[in-house]
Design a protein around this ligand. Structure first.
Ligand SMILES: NC(=O)c1ccc[n+]([C@@H]2O[C@H](COP(=O)([O-])OP(=O)(O)OC[C@H]3O[C@@H](n4cnc5c(N)ncnc54)[C@H](OP(=O)(O)O)[C@@H]3O)[C@@H](O)[C@H]2O)c1
Length: 350
């Protein structure tokens, strides 16, 4: 047993999801045992920082306890230090970043708003030296989403033209940088206050989504050639972006979305319209020709390795919106739930 292992305390502070509702109701700051039951292939990580993601509070609000397998520690993204390498290829003292995605969180009751977590080695990578733990904490979930949407599903290629809906969102920030790193032309949407920021990420053109509906803007001023890919990083708040895309999305192109942002029942008709156009009406009867694909990100070790390389060589830079102390995690959730953060909302754990 290493010296560091002997210094591991028996109890730790965690924010645990103990019920359903908004974070102020669903979360409790508790003391629970530090995991001591490491399985082969797992390490014990001392967490330095945890980043918040919308999926955390959405599941708190939407799922009953039995379905969400509560209680479990909150949140999915971390940066930390390996303190018990448990015979794996990692060493005590390695600085790492990674995640405990929802499926693993529900299976093991582990999460990242904690001082310690046991994590399988396929779920994290070594932190490059050019970023801080606070920056590293916010990479995995959203960078993996952007990578999966653009590289694995849309299979973007050099010279293609890509529209990123939501360029200042955490997913969009990584998506713009990844698309540029592959040699694509990028047009992105954001509100006017974020135009300079989104351009600084590499976007070639920026549209203000608040000025008028994006489908109208793109129809009035269509790109030449048409987009190969539209990547919706927000959650299809405007279904017309797909259903009216004929003037600006190539017929053999693809519309990829992170899902439906079902914050209000008013969105249900739009969601149904999208589904009907995507799946029920054939193109020859007026349905939309380009493919439509929704996905949920899951773990893939090779993807994490690729993302690490992009960060290490400076091609992709994480962006932090704000940082909070551990005891102030509820304030961090308020910031995230404002839906106005530009980059990751991070809770420092040490
Ligand atoms: N399917 C998956 O596996 C997966 C994975 C990760 C995330 N998601 C989903 O993806 C969405 C984004 O997550 P995130 O973490 O990137 O969110 P986030 O960082 O909290 O997004 C906040 C940003 O979105 C911008 N924004 C809000 N509404 C917009 C709109 N209608 N058009 C353009 N920009 C808008 C805001 O800018 P302004 O202030 O300028 O509006 C703000 O900068 C969430 O719905 C999340 O649940 C899905």
């Amino acid at each position: 047993m290493s010296t560091e292992t002997t210094q591991i305390p028996q109890v730790q502070k965690v924010w645990r999801v103990v019920g359903s509702g908004l974070p102020a109701k669903a979360l409790k700051l508790e003391e629970i045992p530090v995991p001591s039951d490491l399985q082969p292939g797992e390490v014990l990580v001392k967490i330095q920082a945890a980043a918040l993601n919308p999926v955390g509070y959405k599941l708190m609000k939407m799922l009953p306890n039995w379905l969400a397998k509560r209680p479990h520690v909150a949140e999915n993204d971390f940066a930390g230090v390996v303190v018990d390498a448990n015979g794996t290829a990692f060493a005590n003292g390695d600085e790492v970043f990674g995640w405990i995605p929802t499926d693993l969180q529900q299976k093991t009751s582990q999460g990242c708003l904690a001082q310690y977590a046991r994590v399988p080695v396929d779920y994290f990578v070594k932190k490059p030296n050019n970023i801080t733990p606070t920056e590293a904490a916010g990479i995995t979930l959203t960078a993996a989403t952007a990578y999966k949407g653009l590289v694995e599903i849309a299979q973007i290629e050099e010279g293609q033209s890509v529209f990123i809906n939501g360029g200042s969102s955490s997913v969009g920030i990584f998506a713009i940088q990844i698309a540029k790193s592959k040699g694509c032309k990028v047009v992105a949407s954001c509100s006017s206050k974020n135009t300079d920021f989104v351009k600084s990420l590499g976007a070639d053109e920026v549209l203000d989504y608040k000025a008028s509906p994006l489908s109208q803007q793109l129809t009035t001023n269509p790109p030449t050639p048409k987009f190969h890919v539209i990547f919706d990083c927000i959650g299809l708040t405007s279904p017309e972006l797909y259903t009216k895309s004929a003037p600006y999305l190539a017929p053999n192109g693809i519309f990829v979305t992170v899902g439906f942002n079902v914050s209000s029942l008013k969105q249900v008709p739009g969601i149904l319209r999208t589904a009907v156009n995507a799946f029920l009406i054939p193109a020859w009867l007026g349905g939309v020709k380009p493919k439509w694909k929704v996905f949920v990100v899951t773990n893939r070790k090779e993807r994490l390795d690729d993302i690490r390389k992009l960060v290490q060589d400076g091609t992709v830079k994480p962006v932090v919106d704000s940082t909070y102390e551990f005891e102030d995690a509820l304030k961090a959730f308020d910031k995230l739930m404002s839906e106005r953060a530009v980059g990751k909302v991070v809770v420092n754990v040490v």
